[in-house]
Design a protein around this ligand. Structure first.
Ligand SMILES: Nc1ncnc2c1ncn2[C@@H]1O[C@H](COP(=O)(O)OP(=O)(O)OP(=O)(O)O)[C@@H](O)[C@H]1O
Ligand SMILES: [Mg+2]
Length: 396
């Protein structure tokens, strides 16, 4: 037997696995690193998050990725070069993270790497009849494995598409395994660049799991701030939006898009929700002059309404608790709007589970890696492909 396979086999048999989950989302704020200890798999999974950090990306990284991110026409050589370069950057970040925390490389069993999304093209967006759903994450796993010396599981989304999904959201797998609870309907809402949620039914019925994107999370607000406020990356604590007023015609124009009429589940990205989308809505509402603060106030409530409309479709007057994660939970005005739109429903966050809410996505990918190596037996019901995801890269 190849010694790599032997090593992987041994990891699968261990009582406890140490897995680094990596998440680099569409916001390009930084690399989330979650160091987790796993016991068991499937619905018996036990996880402890021992270390978490978001390592901010420098400008060079942001600009490099932005030059190809969610654009239909790009320099193909750049894509090719960044596939390796992003993995190299991530490997360096991991190396620094481990040495800073005095953790030896050989204490880590696996890396679970999401990679950097550069394009997400569900059929609804591309509308080419001959093609199915598509998505592309780069920052190749082989490079990460060789540069870190740690077995790396990566590129989780392709299997989901191959098995009939849109490649996203993948959160429902980990949400179902880690956070289902008998007697409580739960909405696990993550507000990253794009917002998505998983519905977990109080009877734990897998057939009732629903996971969908709802539309923009932070992406439109971030893009507008980056365009109009030099040196700012996002609307910290919604200070800009709070100074503005909601412009109703603009809001209505933002909401008037086929995406929001499409039945759940669905997925999307900045390929649709971008500054051109904002400009088109402004134009169709006949707005010629509007302050930046009013735009931000309107984008803020637009984001909240599209999130809560999708939740209402699933919840149908049922009692539920909303658990929030992702950077958008720090946007105070957004969270106020969400609470108001949902009739003051109970809102909790991942701290309830002893987990830093910002770490959730990285933890979910670590959970997928744990499943890839020693799980794979869970039935996720009729709506979700019951597959193991991730490609395995060996260091040697
Ligand atoms: N204090 C804050 N006030 C307002 N917004 C914040 C604050 N902190 C973070 N954010 C928002 O959160 C964003 C980062 O969120 P997050 O890291 O969850 O998104 P992501 O990297 O795109 O991940 P995902 O894959 O979930 O989309 C920032 O770009 C910003 O818009
Ligand atoms: Mg992020």
């Amino acid at each position: 037997m190849n010694k790599n396979i032997q090593q992987l086999y041994n990891i699968g048999l261990k009582e406890e696995r140490t897995i680094i989950g990596l998440m680099s989302g569409t916001s390009l704020d930084g690399l989330d690193i979650a160091l987790c200890k796993f016991r068991n798999s499937g619905s018996s999974t036990k996880i402890i998050l021992t270390h978490f950090e978001t390592v901010p990306y420098n400008n060079q990284f942001k600009q490099s990725v932005k030059s190809i991110f969610s654009k239909r026409q790009v320099d193909l050589e750049k894509v090719c070069l960044l596939n390796e370069w992003i993995a190299e950057q991530h490997a360096t970040i991991i190396h620094n993270f481990l040495s800073k925390n005095n953790i030896a490389t050989n204490a880590i069993d696996l890396i679970a790497s999401h990679g950097q999304s550069i394009y997400h093209a569900p059929k609804f967006l591309h509308q080419h009849n001959m093609y199915g759903n598509g998505t592309l994450q780069i920052g190749d796993g082989d490079h990460l494995a060789v540069k870190t010396g740690i077995i790396t599981i990566s590129d989780f989304r392709q299997k989901h598409i191959a098995a009939g999904g849109e490649g996203a959201p993948l959160a429902m797998y980990g949400d179902y395994l880690l956070f289902s609870k008998p007697g409580e309907n739960r909405i696990m809402l993550n507000i990253g660049g794009i917002a998505n949620f998983t519905f977990l039914s109080e009877d734990l019925d897998a057939d009732k799991i629903m996971s969908t994107d709802t539309g923009p999370g932070n992406t439109l607000m971030d893009a507008y701030v980056q365009q109009n406020f030099e040196g700012k990356f996002f609307d910290e604590n919604s200070l800009i939006a709070q100074q503005g007023s909601i412009n109703e015609p603009f809001l209505n124009a933002l909401i008037a898009n086929d995406f929001f009429e499409k039945p759940l589940p669905k997925t999307t990205g900045p390929e649709l929700f971008n500054l051109e989308y904002v400009a088109a809505a402004k134009a169709s509402a006949g707005i010629t002059a509007i302050s930046h603060a009013d735009v931000m106030a309107t984008l803020n409530i637009f984001t909240a309404i599209t999130i809560t409309n999708a939740i209402k479709k699933i919840i149908n007057n049922k009692h539920f608790v909303l658990y929030t994660s992702g950077g958008g939970k720090h946007n105070t005005l957004l969270m106020q709007h969400i609470k108001q739109q949902l009739n003051n429903c109970i809102i909790k966050d991942m701290n309830e589970f002893g987990i830093n809410p910002d770490a959730k996505e990285a933890i979910l990918f670590a959970t997928l890696a744990n499943e890839a190596v020693c799980g794979g037996t869970t039935n996720y019901g009729k709506n979700i492909p019951s597959v193991s995801m991730g490609k395995i890269s060996f260091p040697f």
